[in-house]
Design a protein around this ligand. Sequence first.
Ligand code: SAM
Length: 233
Amino acid sequence: MKQHAAAEDSGTLHISFLGLIPTAKKTTMENKIPVKLPFGKTIFQTSSGQSITSDTAFMVETMLHHFKTERLSVLELGSGNGIISIMLSYYRPTWKITGIDIQPHLVKLAKDNSRLAEVDPLFLCSDLKSFSAKKKIDLIISNPPYFPKIDGRISPVRERAISRHEIKCTMNDVLNAVKRNLNSEGKAYLLYPMSRINELWVSAKRVDLKFKEKIIFFETENKKKVLVVLKHA
Ligand SMILES: C[S@@+](CC[C@H](N)C(=O)[O-])C[C@H]1O[C@@H](n2cnc3c(N)ncnc32)[C@H](O)[C@@H]1O
């Protein structure tokens, strides 16, 4: 598995993927699996849902590397168990971070996890198809469900299915949420499989968003992902 590092002013900060893997295979708390964070705190993921993957570490590391500013409003679309927003809150305590998710039990878990990690991002149960922030956002991030409904076997486990497949939102819905909530100078970082890059480019153009940058990421030799940076056109 690939390991990533992000340079910090005070030296080098290593948020290794190894630091994010579950600490035990067996479930210990109502079917939840403990995950040890690089800064010593332990949070939980559900055993039936989307596991924490190298996508998570890659997203966090990239944000820390690209944004050193003290003041930033951040919106995470599809925050799941909260790990990305929680880690960003720890490393950037002055940022105003909000995570939204459509699955109520994950929002509760994200809130419980932020208490365990002693950070305070705001987690809301909301559908990204209709969510509108009171004030436009500087930075929007998302590791959205990225398999089209027709692509591959849909998990019989509802939580996992909603996390992985476009059941409750499509790429267009994610792009519309970005368009609606991003401030005029803001940036959005969306993670998708490389195989959807052309569709992403065309769909972004349709809602008047433009590509600013593409960051290619290899989860494994054969699994290529892309983190696309978008701005208003
Ligand atoms: C791939 S998971 C990412 C979870 C987490 N951000 C991470 O990286 O570990 C996608 C998340 O999007 C959420 N989701 C799916 N459709 C949604 C919608 N319409 N509105 C808000 N969240 C949604 C799912 O519940 C799931 O938690």
